[in-house]
Design a protein around this ligand. Structure first.
Ligand SMILES: [Zn+2]
Length: 67
């Protein structure tokens, strides 16, 4: 079961992570977004990049290691 004090930082305790369908393009879009301005934040850039290249939801490998 979930432990309150050990929220996984990779999946935020959800047990699932997003994997980009195209890693090269994913990185390219993040860079593009980050270069847009002073207000660019990594999380937002990541979200947009995921939308552009598409993603697959997988089980979080970091959570599985703990068990
Ligand atoms: Zn996790």
């Amino acid at each position: 079961m979930m432990e309150k004090n050990a929220t996984c930082q990779y999946c935020n305790g959800t047990g699932k992570i997003k994997v980009p369908n195209d890693e090269k393009m994913f990185e390219y879009y993040i860079e593009l977004e980050m270069n847009k301005g002073y207000f660019a934040d990594y999380r937002g850039a990541e979200e947009k990049a995921f939308e552009k290249v598409g993603f697959t939801v997988r089980e979080c490998p970091y959570c599985q290691q703990k068990k």
